[in-house]
Design a protein around this ligand. Structure first.
Ligand code: FES
Length: 352
C-alpha cells in the first residue's frame, strides 16, 4: 500500500466551507448521536466533504470537519489517512479503482490494466483532459464477475479489453453507460444458460414450510432406524431378560434336586451330600455327568487353603499367634513380626 499523505501545498485550496445543503446534512448526521458523541459523525462528514471537493480531501476540508465536530485536527487526519476510500490527492472526474487481486488477475485483469496504462497513463495520474485517473486496489468483493473495476460509485464487471475500451469511450463522450456486468448477465447468475432454480414452485409459495416437514420426517426415520439397530445388536439373553410389562418370567434359578430330577439325573442322596461336605474331601468332586471323581493335582496333595487338623498331615504352628484376652504381652509370645520367621542359628562374629 502506498504511503498516505496529504497532497502537496500547491494543490491545496486556500479554504473550505460546507455548502448550505451539506451543512444541513452535517446537522442531521450530528443529531443522530447523543451530546458529547458528535465525533461519531466523522466518517459521514468526511465523505460529504470529499464529494464537495470533487473526489478528494484537501487539508482545509479535514480541518473544517474537525472544527465542526469539536475534534482535534490530528484525530480527523488519522481517520482520513487510515481509510482508503478517502483520497488525499486530486482525482479525475472518473476515478477508476482497478481490482488487481488474484481472482480478477486469473480472469484477465492484467489486460484491463494495460488498457488503463495506455488510455490514462500511470497510476495516480490524471489524464490530460482531466477526465480519468486510476488506482489499483485490493478485492472489491465482486470476484464472481471478475475482472472488474469501480468507477466513482459504480461497479463494472465481466470486463474484456474490448468492452472496457468502449466503456471508457462512452464515459469520455458523455454517453450513458450501464453499471454491472458488461456481457449481459444478471447479477452473478451463471454465464450463458441459467440451469438452476428454475422450478416455478420455488417462487409461488407452495413450498413454504415443506423443508421443515421433510426435515422432521427424515429425523424421525433416523431415530427409528437407530432404535431398530440397537435392538438387533442385543444378545439373545438380554432380549429374553426383558419381561413383558409387569409379568414375571418362570425360569430355573439354580441347580436344585428338583431340577436334576426333571432333567433325568439321579438326585443326590443325603449320605453322599454329607461325604461331599467333609473337609477331607473338599477338593474331590464328582463329574456331574459321568460320576467319575475328578483327578487330584499331580503332587497328590490337597490344596485346601486353611489347615486345621494335624491328623491330616499338615503342620500346625506350636506357638500361638493369637494372644488370649487379658494375657500380658510378655506371656503372649512375640508380636513384632519375627514369630513368622524361621529360627536360624546365629553365627559367632569372629574378628581376626
Ligand atoms: S478479486 Fe477482484 S473483485 Fe475480488
Amino acid at each position: 500500500m502506498a504511503v498516505r499523505k496529504l497532497a502537496p501545498p500547491e494543490l491545496q485550496p486556500a479554504s473550505f466551507d460546507f455548502t448550505s445543503e451539506n451543512e444541513a446534512f452535517a446537522e442531521r448526521e450530528i443529531a443522530k448521536y447523543p451530546p458529547g458523541r458528535q465525533a461519531s459523525a466523522v466518517i459521514a462528514l468526511l465523505g460529504r466533504a470529499q464529494e464537495q471537493c470533487g473526489g478528494w480531501l484537501p487539508q482545509k476540508a479535514i480541518e473544517a470537519v474537525a472544527d465542526r465536530l469539536g475534534m482535534a485536527p490530528i484525530r480527523v487526519m488519522e481517520v482520513a489517512t487510515f481509510y482508503t476510500m478517502f483520497n488525499l490527492d486530486p482525482v479525475g472526474r472518473y476515478f477508476v479503482q482497478f481490482c488487481g487481486t488474484t481472482p480478477c488477475a486469473l480472469r484477465g485483469a492484467g489486460e484491463i490494466k494495460k488498457v488503463l496504462e495506455r488510455r490514462i497513463g500511470a497510476e495516480r495520474h490524471i489524464s490530460s483532459d482531466g477526465l480519468f485517473s486510476w488506482l489499483e486496489v485490493e478485492c472489491l468483493g465482486a470476484c464472481c464477475n471478475a475482472p472488474m473495476v469501480q468507477i466513482n460509485d459504480d461497479y463494472y464487471e465481466d470486463l474484456t479489453p474490448e468492452n472496457f475500451e468502449k466503456l471508457l469511450d462512452d464515459l469520455a463522450a458523455g454517453r450513458p453507460v450501464k453499471p454491472g456486468s458488461q456481457i449481459g448477465r444478471r447479477s452473478s447468475e451463471p454465464e450463458g444458460a441459467v440451469n438452476t432454480l428454475q422450478d416455478p414452485a420455488l417462487f409461488d409459495g407452495s413450498l413454504v414450510g415443506a423443508w421443515r416437514k421433510r426435515f422432521e420426517e427424515e429425523a424421525l426415520k433416523v431415530v427409528t432406524d437407530e432404535a431398530a439397530t440397537e435392538v438387533a445388536s442385543l444378545p439373545e439373553e438380554s432380549k429374553a431378560a426383558k419381561p413383558p410389562a409387569g409379568r414375571a418370567i418362570e425360569s430355573d434359578a439354580a441347580d436344585t434336586p428338583a431340577k436334576r430330577a426333571k432333567e433325568g439325573e439321579t438326585p443326590v442322596r443325603a449320605s453322599e451330600q454329607k461325604r461331599a461336605s467333609s473337609r477331607s474331601r473338599a477338593t474331590a468332586s464328582k463329574s456331574k455327568k459321568t460320576d467319575e471323581p475328578v483327578s487330584p493335582p499331580q503332587s497328590g496333595k490337597s490344596y485346601v487353603a486353611t489347615p486345621s487338623d494335624p491328623a491330616e498331615g499338615r503342620a500346625v504352628s506350636k506357638s500361638a499367634t493369637t494372644p488370649v484376652a487379658g494375657t500380658p504381652p510378655s506371656e503372649g509370645g512375640k508380636r513384632d513380626g519375627s514369630e513368622s520367621k524361621p529360627d536360624v542359628p546365629v553365627k559367632e562374629n569372629k574378628t581376626p
